[in-house]
Design a binder for this molecule. Structure first.
Ligand code: ADP
Length: 198
């Protein structure tokens, strides 16, 4: 390693890309609870890291309990939750990492704002609709949340007592009742390769 440090006041995104040999992108997974977002995000993140691509997953566990622990599930709080996640994922993408966000993100306007934020900075934004029929999500119910929502213990639960606005033109539309976790992750990988993002 050279001992004399030379530096620019600021690196452009393209200079950053040349140095890291990567291009940043945000993969925005949206869908009902238990549709498979986190599971697919984990598989995708591991595939990318194992293949030398810097990737990081943003999900409820590392965002809802940290940066956004002051927010609940009212519409205003959900908007603010997604706004902050959009800004953070944009920073990851700007750093040339692959940011993988896994949040229900039920409102179209919020997802469109996330897309706009990326587009304004010329950063690619890949919306992935992780689609599954509500009945199947409810059968899976890995955390027992649907049961609690049906009992009225959890209020404002997406699909039960709060709306989910399905994406109209997602870059990728997965049907997780028909594809395995590996197949879903692979569909995303193939898309990223086709666009030369990885
Ligand atoms: P979300 O993040 O969308 O709330 P999770 O990934 O936490 O969903 O939970 C989805 C559950 O469904 C997991 O327990 C997962 O193992 C299960 N599952 C069963 N089949 C599939 C599939 N084909 N794709 C994704 N998840 C599946």
């Amino acid at each position: 390693m050279a001992t004399n440090i030379t530096w620019h006041p600021n690196l452009t995104h393209n200079e950053r890309k040349e140095l890291t040999k990567q291009s940043g992108v945000t993969i925005w997974l949206t869908g009902l609870s238990a549709s498979g977002k986190s599971t697919i995000a984990c598989a995708l993140e591991q595939y990318l890291l194992k293949n030398g691509v810097s990737a990081y997953r943003l999900d409820g566990d590392n965002i809802r309990f940290g940066l956004n622990k002051d927010l609940g599930f009212t519409e205003a709080d959900r908007n603010e939750n997604i706004r902050r996640i959009s800004e953070v994922s944009k920073l990851f993408a700007d750093s040339t990492a692959v940011a993988i966000t896994s949040f229900i993100s039920p409102y179209k306007a919020d997802r469109d704002s996330a897309r706009k934020l990326h587009e304004e900075s010329n950063l690619p934004f890949v919306e992935v609709y992780v689609d599954v029929p509500l009945e199947i999500a409810e059968q899976r119910d890995p955390k027992g949340l649907y049961k609690k929502a049906r009992q009225g213990i959890i209020k404002d639960f997406t699909g039960i007592s709060a709306p989910y606005e399905a994406p109209e033109k997602p870059e990728i539309h997965l049907h997780t009742d028909k594809t395995t976790v590996e197949e879903s992750a692979n569909i995303i990988v193939e898309y990223l390769k086709s666009k030369k993002y990885i």
